[in-house]
Ligand binder design. Structure first.
Ligand SMILES: NC(=O)c1ccc[n+]([C@@H]2O[C@H](COP(=O)([O-])OP(=O)(O)OC[C@H]3O[C@@H](n4cnc5c(N)ncnc54)[C@H](O)[C@@H]3O)[C@@H](O)[C@H]2O)c1
Length: 255
């Protein structure tokens, strides 16, 4: 039995769990014995993945949610708590990006959309999670930010602003809730091979693609499983003294 990053029996809710990093996390965590809630705007993807996991003998369920809608976020928590009376970990992973462009060419609606999904969505989920975890004696909130939340990210200003906000929320809330036995950490990947990044790559010319893929010293995209494995360690009690931190997984980009 694999005892490293043991998450056996933990109830873990993942927003944006139907694709990319969220889906890889759902697979890794359920294979290690967690009960995984796969919440996504794309209900079809969430259901298909939950069925795949259940068919392989592990535990998962799907929930439809738009994280920008507070009432839907509340309903997502209600559904999750109908499956298990405690949520041990929530991974706030749902996110969008925007096509790289100078700030003046990013329209206001796209700025607001990035803030709504990537930042306000995390805010609504954190509020519900903190109330639940305070009442149940503790838990762990893992926010998926980005290296774009830690350093300059030219041409993706709206995305970068939203992810800097997520890192700020993570740090402030971690300090506020440390005594309540609630840990709050962020994960900051560089480019990872997911539908989000494939969408950007498909719109770039060959030079642009090479630049994006080779943007870190390893000269490759991260694999979703590489992020999921770090998330699994964070979900486990092995990371028990860690809160308010940003775990960077970037092929050396920020070194
Ligand atoms: N892929 C990367 O290179 C990379 C790098 C750094 C950070 N991230 C972050 O990781 C997270 C996951 O990204 P990914 O690359 O796996 O993307 P992805 O596009 O493959 O998956 C994102 C998921 O979020 C869901 N989603 C979008 N808006 C939603 C909403 N309003 N409510 C609920 N669900 C919603 C989508 O349906 C999708 O299933 C995002 O927060 C992203 O910003 C990704």
């Amino acid at each position: 039995m694999n005892v490293a990053a043991n998450v056996e029996g933990k109830h873990i809710l993942i927003t944006g769990g139907g694709s990319g990093i969220g889906a890889a996390s759902a697979r890794v965590l359920s294979a290690r014995g967690a009960i995984v809630g796969i919440a996504d705007l794309n209900e079809g993807n969430a259901k298909t993945l939950a069925e795949e996991i259940v068919a392989s003998g592990d535990k998962a369920y799907a929930v439809a949610v738009d994280v920008t809608e507070p009432a839907q976020v509340k309903a997502m928590f209600d559904t999750a708590l109908s499956h298990n009376d405690k949520i041990d970990v929530i991974i706030n992973n749902a996110g969008i990006d925007h096509f790289p462009a100078p700030l003046t060419e990013v329209d206001d609606a796209m700025f607001m959309k990035n803030i709504q999904v990537n930042l306000a969505g995390v805010w609504y989920c954190m509020k519900n999670a903190l109330k639940h975890m305070t009442a149940t004696g503790g838990g762990h909130i893992i926010n998926i930010a980005s290296v774009a939340g830690l350093r300059s990210a030219p041409m993706i200003s709206a995305y970068s602003a939203s992810k800097h906000g997520v890192v700020g929320l993570t740090k402030s809330a971690a300090v506020e809730y440390a005594r309540a036995n609630i840990r709050i950490n962020a994960v900051c990947p560089s480019f990872v091979d997911t539908p989000m990044v494939q969408g950007v790559l498909s719109k770039l010319d060959e030079r642009g693609q090479k630049g994006l893929i080779g943007a870190n010293p390893m000269k490759r995209l991260g694999k979703p499983e590489e992020i999921a494995n770090a998330i699994a360690w964070l979900c486990s009690d092995e990371s028990s003294f860690m809160t308010g931190q940003s775990v960077v997984l970037d092929g050396g980009m920020l070194a």
